[in-house]
Ligand binder design. Structure first.
Ligand SMILES: [Zn+2]
Length: 249
């Protein structure tokens, strides 16, 4: 139709009409490209918003497990230190049930991962660049670095560990409870310790010292190491989504 009109205008040497028809054709092509581009932008933004929502949800789920366990391990380390005052130091006294259980689990250095499922998924499919906001991208990179370093320390700590109740059974006794439904001997305060025997056994004390040393690295490098980068990533995602929390996440 347009081609016929242009042909007719050329034949009649109506250059003004030819110019108008050309402008109409070019404008049509440009508008077509812009509509396509606009649609692609809208779709990309919707996809990115959905990914950021998933990322935020993952951050919340991962962190609650992690902070609870970190608090539990910090409490256990405090008990190990107070038990050490009796076992290594001059303080007289019997070990409490809580201190005894802390000794029985002094080799427990596992931790809930700070790996974030959606990021692992995007990394494996090569689609991490679907998340475009620069502050979030920078925070993701920083978190990968911190988390990787923490994982290396975690592996090193768990390479050799001393399970004291298994290696020195003569000093531990786990009492069978009235209600054994949820019995968790290493963790529930049902252990009883022979403190005098422990104090006089250099091998036991040295193995305990090794576990206590590792617990420092475990707290600082594994449980606390990546927390700052994790919180920064959460804050960057919050800012991007306009989310405000009453308490610090
Ligand atoms: Zn948040």
């Amino acid at each position: 139709m347009i081609l016929a009109r242009i042909t007719k205008a050329i034949r009649e040497q109506n250059w003004f009409a030819v110019a108008i028809e050309f402008v109409i054709v070019i404008a049509g092509v440009v508008i077509g490209f812009q509509v396509t581009d606009w649609r692609a932008t809208i779709e990309a933004r919707a996809e990115e918003a959905a990914l950021l929502e998933r990322l935020h949800s993952d951050l919340e789920n991962v962190s609650s497990d992690r902070w609870d366990w970190a608090a539990d391990r910090a409490g256990n380390r405090d008990l190990l230190i107070s038990a050490s005052a009796i076992l290594f130091g001059d303080r007289e006294g019997e070990l409490t049930a809580a201190q005894c259980n802390a000794l029985a689990q002094s080799h427990v250095f596992n931790s809930p991962s700070l790996d974030i499922p959606i990021l692992t998924e995007l990394l494996s499919t090569g689609e991490l660049d679907l998340i475009r906001p620069l502050p979030v991208r920078e925070a993701i990179t920083q978190h990968f670095l911190s988390n990787g370093w923490s994982a290396e320390i975690d592996t090193a700590i768990n390479h050799v560990i001393y399970n004291l109740s298994a290696r020195h059974p003569q000093y531990f006794r786990f009492n069978y409870p009235d209600d054994p439904q949820d019995w968790n001997p290493l963790f529930d305060g049902s252990a009883r310790c022979d403190g005098a025997g422990m104090r006089s056994d250099p091998r036991f004390l040295n193995e305990l010292a090794d576990n206590i040393s590792k617990s420092v690295y475990f707290m600082r490098a594994v449980l606390e190491g990546p927390n700052e980068s994790f919180r920064s990533l959460h804050a960057a995602v919050d800012a991007e989504l306009g989310i405000e929390h009453e308490a610090a996440p």
